[in-house]
Write a protein that binds this ligand. Structure first.
Ligand code: ADP
Ligand code: MG
Length: 677
């Protein structure tokens, strides 16, 4: 029985070579071909010449007024001229180059439809093609590549539609189609490829976007549902012990922290698997929330791990947590790539037998040699720094531990829905009391001298400063050179009154850690650094940050960097040094000076530069949609998400008649649009 999952090779004229060419366009089966949509249309409807703009590609209908004249010049070049009578007042001269055979198709008095480029000044048409008479349609233009031509794709789509249109059934269930005024799938596919006019094309596109988002969301919701039914371990934590720990903290939790602690603890207790994203702006106090959750897991008799993206950060967490837990029955261990073999050798058995119950580290935590006694909770800090496989590896240590992923990047709706759609989300939406907003200014590089005076003034109050050096894409060697040059300059300027330190990615880890520790201990007052200080580093006495070439960074990244200051009670400042070359970059700089709100900045970044700049270049987790644009079409995306949630939430949804075509379709196209997890 023919079905939309048939390989394209069933079509006439599609042999191994074409199969390979289509594969390059991600077209494997008939459904792929039918949803390989045109990216634009040529308007082939006949127009009135008086309404035409200069150089527009247009279609004109009329009768051939005179015998066409063919002029040859050179061996291969020629020109065909004739006059097209549109109505009694309008005659348009038409010229075709190098298509001499058209002469025979142009009989005087015959009606013809000509597509070409209109010259308004001369009121003439440079002909491109003659259309089959009075063609009232739009010409579809497909993205093509070297191995397969536009016209071939078009023919194949036509053939596929002819042979398979009967097999196209509705995937979006009827009630939703009615509610959102969507077309039937067959109609949508027809009108995407062969619309009668612009309005039909647009209506089809709206339905196509909804369908694409809906199918994507259904898959996410299924994963989420599986997560929730997956047999997780109920962690019976000791509430009294937990309260004692919270009471021991040197500050009162913010209302937002209390709320998310409750959300997390509720999940821990349930026998379902937790997959939760904890979102909170830089400095909102996520670490202590993680500490409370991890302590809960420990009081339930299990182990907890905290995985951080860098050694500096892992070490800082280990120090902080060791202090917080000093009076509690918690055995803290640090495991990173820098852990010495001897220490590692004693540590691994302690992790395996449960003597150590809180393990902090980097990727080292997920190496195969590391096995846990009983892992109850895995916390991932700055989770977008980790790849899919690393996060999965952590999840697969032990019996599906609960997972708490933390991110300081406020997630715009688009990303929350697409990249994190399968996770539950907790948000810390307030900063601890007493924080002062960071004053941000932007200067040009020729004003740096005046800034140095400002730095000195700040240092004279006992504060410290960061100097972030230029970021040169893809080259740590060049970054280091730049950092060293700026380091020399600051040393010459500030020493011996103030001490200057240098930190860059090429240093050995020991070296980096020593430098960070010394800066924290105020052994030097200025730290010149590449972006290695970007995440998480906490030195409350640092109140000034200088960022060189700030226009090379994304907004979300600048916000992260800026978040290294403003962590204590003193007012802090951030100075962006940049000579932006274009309007977009200028807009980014002014946006930074105007907003301290990470959410606003992330949304702006998304609009200006795309998801890669917020969640990391390598894997933003936002799939490539074919028709929908998750940023521009956020409304449709949100509606489709809600609809998908409702579909999957209905009891036995996958047994209902109305959903059967959808369920069948999902089972034949398992891995399209797969997300990070
Ligand atoms: P982030 O969310 O950026 O990881 P941290 O967890 O590093 O933030 O917290 C930033 C600073 O705020 C730390 O020095 C921490 O001790 C402090 N802090 C956390 N919660 C509170 C609170 N409720 N009141 C006061 N200070 C807090
Ligand atoms: Mg943090």
């Amino acid at each position: 029985m023919p079905s939309l999952s048939d390989s394209v090779s069933v079509l006439a004229g599609v042999g191994p070579k074409r199969v390979a060419a289509l594969k390059e366009l991600d077209i494997g089966n008939i459904n792929d071909l039918l949803t390989y949509f045109p990216f634009r249309y040529e308007d082939l409807q006949a127009k009135d010449p008086s309404e035409l703009t200069d150089q527009a590609k247009v279609t004109l209908k009329g009768t051939v007024a005179v015998v066409p004249v063919l002029t040859r010049f050179g061996r291969k070049k020629n020109r065909l001229n004739f006059r097209l009578l549109i109505d009694e007042h309008t005659i348009i001269p038409v010229t075709f180059f190098n298509q001499p055979w058209l002469k025979d198709q142009l009989e005087v008095g015959a009606e013809v439809v000509v597509y070409g480029r209109f010259d308004a000044k001369r009121q003439s048409l440079a002909g491109m093609k003659i259309l089959a008479s009075a063609n009232n349609a739009m010409g579809s233009i497909y993205p093509a590549n070297k191995s397969i031509r536009q016209g071939t794709i078009k023919q194949l789509v036509e053939a596929a539609y002819d042979q398979y249109s009967e097999k196209i059934v509705d995937l979006v269930p009827e009630p939703l189609r009615d509610q959102y005024h969507l077309l039937h799938r067959r109609e949508m596919i027809h009108d995407m490829h062969f619309p009668a006019d612009d309005a039909a094309a647009q209506a089809a596109r709206r339905t196509a976007k909804f369908e694409e988002f809906y199918l994507f969301e259904i898959r996410l919701q299924i994963v989420r549902q599986q997560d929730h039914t997956l047999h997780g371990q109920p962690l019976a934590y000791d509430l009294t012990a937990l309260k004692a720990f919270i009471d021991s903290l040197p500050y009162e939790l913010t209302a937002a922290q209390k709320r998310v602690v409750n959300e997390i603890c509720f999940d821990l207790k349930r026998p379902v698997h937790m997959n939760r994203l904890l979102q909170g702006d830089v400095g909102s106090g996520k670490t202590v929330v993680a500490a409370i959750a991890m302590y809960a897991a420990i009081t339930a008799g299990t182990q907890a791990v905290l995985m951080a993206p860098t050694e500096i950060l892992a070490e800082q967490h280990a120090d902080n947590l060791a202090k917080l837990f000093a009076d509690f029955p918690v055995n803290v261990a640090l495991l990173t790539g820098a852990t010495k073999p001897a220490a590692r050798k004693t540590l691994l058995p302690q992790i395996a037998n449960g003597t150590v119950n809180l393990i902090i580290g980097t990727h080292a935590l997920i190496q195969p040699e590391v096995s846990y006694h009983h892992l109850g909770l895995a916390v991932i800090d700055e989770q977008h720094r980790f790849g899919v496989n690393q996060r999965r590896a952590l999840r697969e240590k032990g019996q599906q531990p609960d997972v708490l992923a933390m991110t300081a990047t406020p997630i715009p709706r688009t990303l929350a829905i697409t990249a994190y759609g399968e996770m539950d989300v907790s948000v810390i939406n307030e900063l601890p009391a007493g924080r002062q907003p960071i004053r941000t200014t932007w200067i040009r590089s020729n004003q740096v001298d005046s800034v140095l005076r400002e730095v000195k003034a700040e240092l004279s109050t006992g504060s410290q400063a960061y100097v972030v050096t230029p970021l040169i894409e893809e080259s740590e060697a060049v970054d280091m050179k730049n950092a060293e040059a700026i380091y020399d300059r600051f040393k010459a300027e500030f020493e011996p009154t103030y001490q200057v330190g240098l930190l860059h990615g090429r240093m050995k880890n020991d070296e980096k850690n020593t430098i960070m520790a010394d800066f924290k201990a105020n052994k030097f007052q200025v730290l010149v650094a590449t972006t290695v200080i970007e995440v998480g580093v906490d030195v409350p006495n640092a109140t000034l940050m200088l960022i060189y070439d700030a226009d090379h960074f994304g907004l979300a990244q600048l916000h992260q960097l800026r978040g290294r200051v403003g962590r204590g009670q003193k007012a802090s400042a951030c100075i962006l040094i940049a000579d932006p070359k274009n309007q977009l970059a200028i807009e980014r700089m002014t946006t930074m000076t105007n907003s301290n709100d990470g959410f606003v900045l992330a949304q702006k970044d998304l609009e200006l530069r795309g998801p890669g700049d917020i969640l990391g270049r390598k894997q933003s987790g936002v799939p490539d949609f074919k028709v929908g644009d998750p940023v521009a079409d956020l409304n449709i995306l949100s509606v489709a998400q809600q609809a998908a949630k409702e579909t999957v939430a209905a009891p036995n949804w996958d047994d209902k008649d109305a959903n059967l075509p959808l369920v069948a379709f999902l089972s034949t196209t398992a891995h399209q649009n797969s997300t990070m997890d």
